[in-house]
Write a protein that binds this ligand. Structure first.
Ligand code: COA
Length: 712
């Protein structure tokens, strides 16, 4: 993937477009694209290309690209796969800037070779290629609808980038029904060249785009995407849906798009780290797309629920807890603000219950009061259909109040629930582009999304933390292991890397004689652990090569002799370097800290509860590297067992600073030492505040020589 080449504005604002394979037959894709371009109001120059010549839709047809203007901005290739290479070549030779290769039949069905040929051909001609296997693109900036979708796209502020074709086409239809206005829709398909990062780079600066929505199946060049998204989300919200979430879904996505879906937990964590809102469903994504361009980001955390029904108010309260929307709880102020708007038998405790007798005037009165009060940052307004409400005024009341709140820069979300009146009100408002929801959970989840975006923006910093580590010393260890033909480090080498990284270890030395072992043990202090040191014995405990919890000199002597005897008996030819004598790390909270090079996102770091149950409990969290201490702390807080580190049942708080230090040091290693693909400390024993943390065991795998991932 290259970032060089023609200016991407020529894709979104083309002055000229050619459709190769524009068909005379109305039912063909090449015809539909041309007809959408014409009927969509595009004002640039249009060139249908078809060897048969003639006229299509009143436009003269060029018989080949030679008859088309040179350096054309945009080409749509709609010929069968077997002709695609020649068509791409023709466009490239004519100096085309961008080529939308609609044609299917490439890597998505295993035809990687032909896909590579067209990609190489495009690159050689300095032409950027979208797809193949796409439905095209729409750009409101130049009213160009170069898709074979239903046409009549409503212009607005939402940009959609989609890897799925069929779903993308269906979304075009859905945007019309839901009255979501679109600034651009780009189908990226097999992403052989132009990918999400290229498009977001443009869209984040694009004045007419308020929100970017991406549907992703698999990520390539994830580290570049992360970089771009981190910048984009500070300018406008980015929403993402990623399929392949379940294990089964991941397999389906991989075979469907020919790209790897990657680990969902990593994707999820990295997206959050970039401030991207991840939607669970297309519906949720659409809700966010409708709401975000219309409302301001709240100025504070205090939210008020205003309702005419107690039950629905409680549901909303539950949803607020689930989606981390904080309810204003200053009862005194709430009473002062809402007393005049609430009947005596209502409630001014949040939720504010206007009761079933509320009319549109009562709503407006309460909403005005909330709008006027500076401590109230956002409002959730709930309406349950009742016979006493003046139904004719419902849509008008919602519209007026939405507009007042919009002008004042205070967010409000409406949920209407009931029968015909509620449905009709919602339909009227949707048609007019006023965001209003049905289900309470949906409504609150949307506001929760807005709040998580607000928190991301207010906590944002570009600070990155790294620690001083001895890279040359680590590289020397790696060189030696490689010279030995290994892709993993031995325990002693792992400890050398830990020392060069500055992460404390239990004190350890190797003894060559019994006397030496006793002397070392006396110096370190009891209890002691002893282990055989031999590269011919990998599973030390299996052969009786380990002794734990040795309390005194006599136990050292017995253990030394027993270890030697056991090992010689089990592996007679083993070359024995000695016996390792180590401080027995006292019990603490067992954590795991790991770092690796992820196939999609590059270096990532993992934190969780360690020990032998890590695989079962999977109480772990991830972040992309580099990161800062605040992000590392957030990552620690994400695991369910985090309270154990704060101290439970009268226990002392653990040394969280030392754990953070280990995380930052390990992230520095994975970032600075290309030769390492995986590094994992398990357990990292965390002690009480001030007592530090120690790496009891470490496992390190090396990258293959080309710098890729270890396959161990
Ligand atoms: N240059 C220009 N035009 C050419 C050509 C060339 N080298 N070779 C053929 N054509 C013309 C044909 O004559 C035909 O026009 P006509 O109908 O007027 O005779 C037109 O191009 C289309 O060719 P045809 O062979 O009829 O193909 P098609 O329309 O049946 O299929 C694709 C072409 C690209 C639509 C098809 O191969 C395909 O990939 N379909 C799937 C697309 C898809 O789903 N993409 C992903 C969406 S998410």
């Amino acid at each position: 993937m290259t970032q060089d080449g023609p200016d991407i504005r020529r894709l979104f604002r083309p002055r000229s477009v050619a459709v190769i394979g524009a068909s005379h037959n109305e039912s063909k894709i090449g015809h539909k694209i041309l007809s959408n371009i014409v009927s969509g109001g595009y004002e640039g120059r249009i060139y249908p290309v078809n060897p048969k010549g003639g006229e299509i839709l009143g436009i003269e047809v060029a018989r080949s690209m030679d008859e088309v203007e040179a350096d054309i901005d945009l080409v749509c290739t709609c010929v069968p796969a077997k002709f695609a290479y020649d068509a791409v070549m023709g466009a490239g030779e004519r100096g085309a800037a961008f080529n939308l290769v609609i044609t299917s039949g490439f890597s998505e069905v295993g035809n990687i070779e032909d896909e590579k040929r067209i990609a190489d051909c495009a690159r050689e001609h300095g032409m950027r290629l979208l797809g193949p296997n796409i439905f095209g693109m729409f750009s409101a900036a130049s009213s160009i609808d170069a898709t074979f979708g239903p046409g009549g796209i409503r212009h607005g502020g939402v940009a959609i980038i989609t890897q799925s074709g069929a779903l993308g086409l269906a979304m075009i239809g859905k945007t019309a029904v839901e009255s979501v206005g679109i600034s651009a829709i780009v189908s990226v398909g097999n992403k052989v060249d132009v990918d999400e990062a290229d498009l977001v780079t443009y869209l984040m600066e694009d004045d007419i785009t308020d929100v970017i929505f991406m549907y992703i199946e698999g990520v390539r060049n994830g580290d570049r995407l992360v970089e771009v998204l981190k910048t984009a989300t500070r300018k406008k919200p980015v929403i993402v849906i990623k399929s392949g979430r379940s294990k089964r879904g991941a397999v389906a996505a991989a075979s469907h798009t020919g790209s790897l879906a990657g680990s969902d937990a990593v994707f999820d964590a990295v997206m959050r780290q970039c401030g991207v809102l991840r939607a669970e469903s297309v519906k949720e994504a659409f809700n966010l797309c409708k709401l975000l361009p219309e409302i301001s980001i709240p100025k504070g955390e205090n939210t008020v629920i205003i309702t005419n029904g107690g039950g629905i108010g409680v549901l909303a309260t539950d949803a607020c807890e689930k989606f981390d929307v904080k309810l204003y709880d200053d009862l005194e102020t709430l009473r002062e603000v809402f007393d005049p708007a609430t009947p005596d038998f209502g409630s001014t405790k949040n939720p504010i219950d206007l009761t079933g007798g509320a009319t549109s005037k009562d709503y407006t009165c309460a909403l005005d009061a909330a709008l006027a009060h500076d401590d109230i940052a956002a409002v959730i307004a709930l309406y349950c259909e009742t016979a006493v409400f003046d139904a004719d005024n419902l849509a008008e009341m919602i519209k007026d109040n939405t507009e007042k709140y919009r002008r004042a820069g205070k967010p409000i979300v409406f949920s209407v629930f009931g029968g015909r009146v509620a449905e009709q009100g919602q339909a009227t408002l949707t048609k007019e582009g006023v965001p209003v929801f049905g289900d309470v959970y949906e409504t609150v989840s949307c506001l929760g999304g807005v709040y998580s975006y607000r928190r991301y923006l207010s906590n944002w910093t570009d600070t990155i933390h790294e620690e001083d580590i001895d890279v040359p010393a680590i590289e020397a260890v790696i060189r030696e292991a490689r010279a030995d033909g290994r892709r993993f480090l031995l325990a002693q080498e792992g400890r050398d890397v830990m020392r060069a990284t500055g992460i404390p270890l239990p004190e350890t030395r190797v003894s060559r004689t019994l006397d030496e072992a006793v002397a070392i043990a006396e110096e370190i202090g009891y209890p002691i652990v002893m282990k055989i040191v031999s590269r011919d014995i990998l599973h030390k405990s299996d052969v009786g090569g380990v002794a734990l919890d040795l309390e005194n000199r006599d136990e050292i002597i017995d253990a030394y002799q027993a270890i030697m005897r056991n090992c010689r008996a089990s592996v007679p030819d083993a070359r024995i370097q000695g016996i390792q004598v180590s401080e027995m790390a006292p019990a603490g909270v067992e954590l795991i800290v790991g770092a690796r090079r992820d196939a999609a996102f590059g270096p990532i770091i993992m934190f969780g509860m360690g020990g032998i149950y890590v695989e079962v409990l999977k109480d772990i969290s991830f972040r992309a590297v580099p990161l800062n201490r605040a992000e590392a702390l957030e990552m620690m807080k994400e695991i369910r067992a985090y309270p154990l580190l704060l101290g439970v049942r009268g226990e002392e708080r653990k040394d969280i600073e030392s754990v953070l230090d280990a995380i930052i040091r390990l992230s520095t290693v994975i970032r600075r030492c290309e030769g390492i693909s995986d590094i994992e400390i398990n357990p990292l024993m965390a002690y009480e505040q001030g007592q530090g943390a120690k790496a009891v065991d470490v496992r390190i795998l090396l990258s293959d020589v080309a710098g890729g991932e270890a396959d161990a």
